[in-house]
Design a protein around this ligand. Structure first.
Ligand SMILES: [Zn+2]
Length: 538
């Protein structure tokens, strides 16, 4: 339903004997050509009328691109059980409070078996950039499926919880009929290095920064933040969390003991303001350049925390494609303020949360699946992952590279593509869901690029000729009388054509004027503003 052909809104639906099991329901973040959009959801159209058949939603881990769509899905039926690990359920439950939904939750751990309708679920520990991630094996009489969720194979993770390859192997021995694997880093050769390898670079920042240190990271990256806390503690600094999601998530992680905070290390932000600069560490959100997040507002001087010469910003996070401009913009603004910026481009302060090609190959060789379906990625990632599977000896005909909405049947251990369901992008825009269409976005882009022109035309209904000169009102378009005088002449000429004298529909007349002006502006000025014409009978 999502995540095949894009990085985000991951969602898979399994059906057996009329019952449905959902694995993950995430959001996709908008790009520059989708202005105003908050998040993008999977398309639930094909599930309408089937909500009572859903026996549960397995949440593999607590990242937004895996749980962010759940509040919208539960609007359809709030009592669908959410099945996941402790931290995952804590993160989604906190999110659901904001949506005024109290979920039904089923807490599972690695090694647990859980029967959800006809699906026997078995959970496997996997390592990822958030603690407590799980892969899920799904057993039905039709076959055994193994879905990795997001994972990597850090051999020295901070919590010692590694991806359980022994468990993968046991399932492999039993016979995995379909293996769904994380494709995000399939193009990256070799192995993803350990989180621990970042310690020297982070320590270096804390050992040398003369004034305040501001760290930005994902609000869910508990282990990265743990490393920062440890370095801060060792350097004799105090720490405050800044930003709503950072404060909320770290509160949850601390309460559930995923985060180990020495006594007195973390203090309230207000208390920190009275301390000497070289004792101060702030951990905030906004590592992707989100304009409203703390980091971006600090860079533009609109946050209550004002940074200046010799302060240090440590961006301990990835650079998600599409966000580059926003992030470079922030780095430049900080640099202009005299702030030193340490980021993955100039120091080893980030590693990926996903398995590289080497790790994926290991998994194929250990599991020896009959079929493979690469998930989580754009087309190039899915195909790179498929190639790896084939390299390890999986029959190419049994490697299914499919896109969002494709249905695949698994019968007697044999899989084949069987059809397609609706899988369009569903836009969340403020409080509306699915109301913004592709047409709306096209209009927004036109407004952004060319501005808007409203034309008021007073027309004699008998002759279809202008009763008064056209009136042009512009927003974001050049205000030049000459431009519009020429356009008005074109409209006059168009209305004078005998063919057009007979138009008796106001909308047709409006379209004629809009198109005439639009063509003129495009030809003469290479601009395509959003044009609206209102015709009034004189
Ligand atoms: Zn993830």
């Amino acid at each position: 339903m999502g995540g095949l052909g894009e990085v985000g809104r991951n969602m898979t639906v399994f059906e057996y004997n009329g019952k449905l099991l959902i694995v993950d329901c995430g959001v996709l973040f908008p790009e520059e050509h989708q202005p105003g959009i908050d998040v993008i959801l999977p398309d639930f159209t094909s599930l309408q009328g089937r909500w009572d058949d859903v026996v549960g939603i397995v949440l593999t881990h607590g990242h937004e691109d895996h749980i962010g769509g759940v509040p919208y899905l539960l609007r359809e039926r709030p009592d669908i059980p959410l099945i996941g690990s402790q931290l995952t359920l804590a993160f989604i439950s906190a999110k659901l409070v904001e949506h005024k939904i109290t979920p039904v939750t089923v807490h599972v751990e690695a090694e647990d078996l859980h029967q959800a309708g006809p699906f026997e679920l078995e959970f496997v520990a996997v390592n990822h950039s958030i603690p407590d991630a799980l892969a899920v094996a799904i057993r039905t009489p039709a076959g055994l499926i193994l879905h990795t969720g997001d994972f990597k194979m850090d051999q020295f993770p901070l919590d010692g919880r590694i991806t359980d390859l022994r468990h993968f192997a046991r399932l492999g021995e039993e016979g995995v009929d379909m293996f769904l694997t994380d494709s995000t880093n399939a193009e990256v050769p070799g192995f993803t290095i350990s989180e621990r390898d970042l310690t020297p670079a982070i320590d270096q920042v804390f050992a040398t920064a003369p004034k305040r240190i501001i760290v930005s990271s994902f609000a869910s990256h508990v282990h990265r933040i743990q490393q920062v806390l440890d370095s801060a503690h060792a350097a004799g600094r105090k720490v405050a969390f800044v930003g709503r999601s950072m404060v909320k998530n770290m509160g949850i992680a601390r309460e559930l003991e995923y985060l180990n905070i020495p006594r007195g290390l973390v203090v309230d932000f207000k208390k920190l303001q009275s301390m000497p600069d070289n004792k101060v560490t702030l951990i905030c959100t906004g590592s992707q350049g989100e304009p409203m997040a703390a980091l971006s507002r600090m860079a533009s001087g609109t946050h209550q925390i004002k940074l200046g010469a010799d302060d240090t910003v440590l961006m301990a996070s990835s650079l998600i494609p599409g966000n580059e401009n926003a992030i470079y913009g922030i780095i430049n603004k900080f640099t202009d303020l005299g702030v030193k910026v340490v980021h993955k481009g100039n120091a080893k302060v980030h590693v990926s949360g996903h398995a590289s090609a080497g790790e994926l190959v290991y998994c194929y060789n250990i599991v020896k699946p009959t079929h493979v379906m690469p998930v989580h990625g754009e087309s190039k990632h899915l195909h790179a992952n498929a190639e790896l599977a084939v390299k390890t000896g999986v029959d190419p005909k049994r490697v299914l590279v499919v896109k969002d909405g494709t249905t695949v049947d698994l019968v007697n251990g044999q899989a084949k593509v069987s059809g397609q369901v609706e899988a369009g992008l569903v836009y969340v825009d403020g409080h509306t869901v699915g109301k913004v269409t592709e047409e709306t976005l096209k209009e927004r882009t036109m407004l952004q690029e060319g501005g808007a022109i409203t034309i008021v035309a007073l027309v004699d209904p008998d002759s279809n000729q202008l009763a008064e000169p056209l009136e042009f009102v512009t927003k974001g378009f050049i205000q030049d009388k000459q431009v519009f005088n020429a356009a008005a002449e074109k409209v006059k000429a168009a209305l004078a054509k005998p063919d057009n004298a007979g138009i008796d529909d106001l909308e047709d007349l409006e379209r004629l004027i809009t198109d005439t002006v639009g063509r003129h502006l495009d030809r003469t000025y290479r601009r395509s503003p959003l044009i609206t014409t209102v015709v009034i009978d004189a």
